[in-house]
Design a protein around this ligand. Structure first.
Ligand code: 5RP
Length: 242
């Protein structure tokens, strides 16, 4: 006889596989639609981007000549394992297209990113890209930024608690991201505070306030960054917000 726990377990597994498939669907569509032979490509970070990197790996295997720039050590490791040629950002003129995930997307294509911890490099790579294509499933779409997820802010470790007080004065609860018993450390050797607002009413104003706090390295608001957002829906369709 199947007990309640077994049923709950099965439902959770099915939900998880649905979610994974939606990430795969949107990631593969983005790669197929935007990546052309000979391009320089930015590789995002996160579970959705991972599917995109795997698809790029397939293109490379099929003979595409691509130069790629990774937005994190984690993505670089995956790309290398797939035989993708990686370049230092300093060694390329520009990036043609970057495909990356996001944590929240509002109707104006403004984003929160960084729950995967790679916001600093992701923002630098996005700024060097002619086109930034964001891939999400529909659960990431919100009316207002900040309603579901905290805003990640990368800070230098020195005096980080003082930086956190200054962040909280902007109206949030700032929580130091942990990895087990120690602070999570980014690829640049910094810490992240996850700043939970009820909602972010004025993203541009908030960004201007956060960026002048001493100790802040970068914030997870990606404003006017996305050129296109591809969204996968539970029925398997993908829509595009431009
Ligand atoms: C990493 C990011 C990711 O793109 C974002 O967290 C989305 O990740 P996922 O696709 O796993 O939901 O910004 O810094």
């Amino acid at each position: 006889m199947i007990n309640d726990n077994a049923i709950a377990d099965k439902v959770m597994k099915e939900m998880a596989s649905d979610e994974l498939n939606l990430k795969k669907v949107v990631a593969e569509k983005a790669v197929d639609d935007y990546i052309k032979d000979g391009m320089t490509v930015g590789l995002g970070t996160g579970s959705t981007s991972e599917y995109a990197v795997r698809r790029v790996g397939e293109l490379v295997k099929s003979g595409f000549k691509l130069k790629c720039v990774a937005t994190s050590e984690r993505t670089a490791d995956l790309a290398q394992s797939l035989g993708i040629e990686l370049c230092d950002l300093n060694d390329v003129d520009h990036i043609d297209v970057t495909i990356d995930g996001a944590d929240e997307v509002d109707p104006a294509k403004q984003l929160i990113k960084g729950l995967g911890g790679a916001l600093l490099r992701e923002k630098i790579v996005a700024a060097a890209s002619l086109a930034e294509v964001i891939i999400v499933d529909s659960s990431k779409i919100v009316e207002k930024l900040g309603v579901k997820t905290p805003l990640p802010v990368e800070v230098v470790p020195y005096g980080h608690k003082k930086t956190a007080y200054a962040l909280e004065r902007q109206g949030c609860k700032a929580k130091l991201r942990m990895s087990g018993n120690t602070p999570f450390v980014t690829d640049a050797g910094n810490y992240i505070y996850d700043c939970k607002f009820e909602s972010i009413e004025s993203p541009f104003f908030l960004e201007s306030r956060i960026d002048v706090i001493p100790g802040v390295v970068e914030n997870g608001l990606f404003l006017n960054t996305a050129d296109a957002v591809l969204v996968s829906h539970p029925d398997g369709t993908v829509t595009k917000v431009v």
